[in-house]
Structure formats: structure tokens, C-alpha cells
Design a binder for this molecule. Structure first.
Ligand SMILES: NC(=O)c1ccc[n+]([C@@H]2O[C@H](COP(=O)([O-])OP(=O)(O)OC[C@H]3O[C@@H](n4cnc5c(N)ncnc54)[C@H](OP(=O)(O)O)[C@@H]3O)[C@@H](O)[C@H]2O)c1
Length: 237
């Protein structure tokens, strides 16, 4: 299969590229930073291709998608890191930045790739459990990811026979957390690990496996799949 992973140069996207490569698929990853992209391509090794594309650049996305057509699987794994924190103190410009960093790039990438998709292609969005768990400090992230998750059903109905699904991760150990000091990050992961039913935070490969499952099961569409170590249960979903 011909796979395009937008936001494939790090974390969950890179692990997803690895999972598809291990299946023998043709994989192209994108990201904005060429150095980061080249690093991921070097780690992924033979078979992986990459293009430095900003998903907010509609024309660039369209050109990349057209060059790769027909695309069998489109994975949208990109995001920025803004929009989290207690609502009382959350700068609304920061929240706006969160939307600019995740919602609009994912929607731009999705819309501008549609004409390049194979008729029976699969689209997998990577959202976040914050969309549907009531965790203090995540109202902004809930708004961003909730907007994406709300679109999965209508898009699956409208775009059929294309399939549209999302994987909704909990806390995953990726460079997304690099904004925190190593000590704070370790404390955050430790505290999640103590109450998560899975007993640990997620690894990028956990989420990659869920993405591959949704992308390759031809009978699943319109689904948001929690991949959160049971975090959605503990939060009372
Ligand atoms: N890690 C977690 O705990 C966690 C939890 C729940 C949900 N998620 C979601 O999982 C997805 C993947 O996150 P991650 O943890 O793997 O983060 P990550 O390691 O920071 O990777 C993000 C990737 O997206 C790319 N990217 C960001 N903005 C882009 C843009 N405008 N155009 C093209 N590429 C762009 C980045 O490359 P460049 O910066 O070079 O562009 C990078 O390849 C995100 O949607 C995130 O919100 C993560």
C-alpha cells in the first residue's frame, strides 16, 4: 500500500511509518523541519521517503499528494503543543495557537489530499483523549481535539467509500513533551502510570499499532478508537 503520514518525522507519526514499513508498504513522511525529517528518514532506513511540507500550506500539500497519488492510507499525526493549562489562566491567544497548530493543519492536509486518494483509501486522524475526558487543565485541548473527533462520523458518511477514523491517544512518551523539564516530565508520566489501568504511559508503537489496525480493516469507518491505557475509563467516560 501507498502510505502518506503527515507529521511523520517524530513520535507517533514516525512509529507509524516504522509499522507500515515493517509490513512492506511504501511510506512517505512529512514534517516542516528538514533536519528533523532527515533524522527520522535516517532512523527509518531503506524504503522511507520524506518531504518537508507545512500542512498549513494548502498548495504544498496538494502538490505532494498529487505526486504520490493514488494514496491508500493518509495518516494525520501532526500537531503543535499549545492550548493546555488551567482555563482561568489560559491565554486565549495560546488556545488560538493550539487550533492553528493542530485543527487547521489537519483539515488542510485532509481536504487537499482528497483528490489524490485511491477510491477505497483510509484516512486516520490522530486526536487526543483530552477530547472526551474531564481532566482539569485540558479544556483548551478538549476544544481542539473535540472539534476533530466530532468531524469523524460526518466525514465517514460524506466521503464513503473512503474510510475515515481517528485514534485518540492518552499520554504518550514522545518529543511532544519536550517543552517540560525532564524532572516535570518524569513526574507527570509517573503520576499517570500509577492510576492508568495499563500501569504505564503509552509508547509511540502502541498508537502506531492502533493506526495500522484502523487503516487496514476495511469494515471500520466513522470510529474514534481510544488508545489510552484505559485512561478513558478512569476518567469516567
Ligand atoms: N504525545 C502525547 O502524549 C499525545 C497525547 C495525545 C495526543 N497526541 C497527538 O498525537 C499526534 C502526534 O503527536 P506526537 O506526540 O507524536 O508529537 P511530536 O513528536 O511532536 O510529532 C509531531 C509531528 O508533527 C509535525 N508537524 C507539526 N506541525 C506540522 C505542520 N504544520 N505541518 C507538517 N508537520 C507538522 C512535526 O514535525 P515539524 O515540527 O518538523 O513540522 C512532527 O513530525 C498529535 O496530534 C498530538 O496532539 C499526542
Amino acid at each position: 500500500m501507498n502510505i502518506l503520514i503527515m507529521g511523520g518525522s517524530s513520535g507517533i507519526g514516525e512509529a507509524t511509518a516504522r509499522a507500515f514499513l515493517d509490513r512492506g508498504d511504501r511510506v512517505t513522511i512529512t514534517g516542516r523541519d528538514k533536519t528533523r525529517l532527515d533524522g527520522a528518514l535516517a532512523r527509518l532506513g531503506a524504503g522511507a521517503e520524506g518531504e518537508a511540507v507545512d500542512a498549513t500550506d494548502a498548495a504544498a500539500v496538494e502538490a505532494t499528494a498529487r505526486r504520490l497519488a493514488p494514496i491508500d492510507v493518509l495518516v494525520l499525526a501532526l500537531s503543535g503543543g499549545q492550548g493546555g493549562g488551567p482555563f482561568r489562566h489560559l491565554g486565549l491567544d495560546d488556545l488560538r495557537g493550539g487550533f492553528e497548530g493542530k485543527l487547521w493543519p489537519q483539515l488542510t492536509a485532509l481536504q487537499r489530499s482528497l483528490d489524490a486518494m485511491a477510491p477505497d483509501a483510509a484516512i486516520v486522524l490522530v486526536t487526543a483523549g483530552s477530547a472526551h475526558v474531564a481532566l482539569p487543565g485540558t479544556a483548551g485541548l478538549a476544544a481542539i481535539n473535540g472539534a476533530l473527533e466530532a468531524m469523524v462520523g460526518p466525514l465517514a458518511a460524506e466521503l464513503a467509500p473512503l474510510r475515515v477514523n481517528a485514534v485518540s491517544p492518552g499520554v504518550v512518551d514522545t518529543p511532544w513533551w519536550d517543552g517540560q523539564s525532564p524532572e516535570m516530565r518524569a513526574a507527570t508520566f509517573e503520576s499517570f502510570a500509577t492510576w492508568l489501568p495499563a500501569g504505564r504511559v503509552g509508547r509511540p508503537g502502541d498508537i502506531a499499532a492502533a493506526i495500522v489496525a484502523l487503516a487496514t480493516n476495511g469494515y471500520v469507518t466513522g470510529t474514534v478508537l481510544d488508545c489510552a491505557g484505559g485512561g478513558q475509563l478512569a476518567m469516567g467516560r
